[in-house]
Design a protein around this ligand. Structure first.
Ligand code: ATP
Ligand code: MG
Length: 213
């Protein structure tokens, strides 16, 4: 590696309730396609847009599942910063802190197409765009030209740097998985075996009252 090359770090942010193979494949695609050095998995603490998840797991359980899912990948690690913060957690603050603590790192924030389309609703999108490049993946059958139009709009509005990921389209979401599990359908092959074991052993997602810390 050249001496002046910045460290290239991907950030895979999410609620991870639970983490599934859609998240893991996305992160690995970003790592490979954009020659990243490392990927940080950043479970959101208390995201303002996901307040009401009556069937959701606690922050501790979501974090434990991420740790289990990424344990066998040496270039994946867990970033617990948002979990440790109280109150609402915002991506712009997390990025500010990371960039301040690691000025020689270039950050790439990995998102699916649904997050790209909703990016305007995130707090201070212009600050997020200052600190990272968005790596965007297809999702939910969203046409690629609609994603490109949105990317152009975000470039104009916020100076966003946006690149596209060449990733397989996997129709998996945590919401659908929670619902499947509650209805006694298997999560096998949707989540890593160790995550499924954790869900079963800790009685997650069966009881809609079983929530939060
Ligand atoms: P939920 O149903 O609770 O919203 P989710 O499956 O969307 O869960 P999140 O934790 O919200 O998972 O997702 C974190 C990020 O990963 C988001 O940017 C989302 O777009 C992306 N993502 C999640 N699943 C996929 C998938 N199957 N394909 C592409 N992107 C995905
Ligand atoms: Mg989501």
């Amino acid at each position: 590696m050249e001496a002046d090359r910045k460290l290239r770090v991907g950030i895979m942010g999410g609620t991870f309730d639970p983490i599934h193979h859609g998240h893991l494949i996305l992160a690995e695609c970003a790592y490979e396609q954009y020659q990243l050095d490392h990927i940080l998995f950043l479970p959101s603490g208390n995201p303002p847009h996901k307040q009401y998840r009556p069937d959701g797991a606690s922050g501790r359980d979501r974090m434990n599942m991420v740790a289990l899912a990424i344990a066998d990948n040496p270039h994946f690690s867990l970033e617990a910063d948002e979990m440790e913060r109280s109150g609402y957690t915002y991506t712009y603050e997390t990025l500010q802190v990371l960039q301040h603590n690691h000025p020689d790192t270039e950050y790439f924030f990995i998102i699916g197409a649904d997050s790209l389309m909703a990016f305007d609703t995130w707090k201070y999108p212009e600050i997020i765009c200052r600190y990272c490049t968005l790596l965007t993946a297809v999702r939910d059958d969203l046409p690629f030209d609609a994603m490109q139009r949105k990317a152009e709009e975000l470039k104009r509005s916020y100076g966003a740097k946006i690149l596209f990921l060449d990733s397989p389209e996997l129709d998996i979401s945590s919401t659908a998985l929670r619902s499947r599990f509650r209805n006694n359908r298997t999560l096998r092959y949707y989540v890593p075996d160790c995550v499924l074991e954790y869900i079963e052993q800790n009685g997650l997602y069966k009881d809609t009252q079983n929530t939060k810390e």
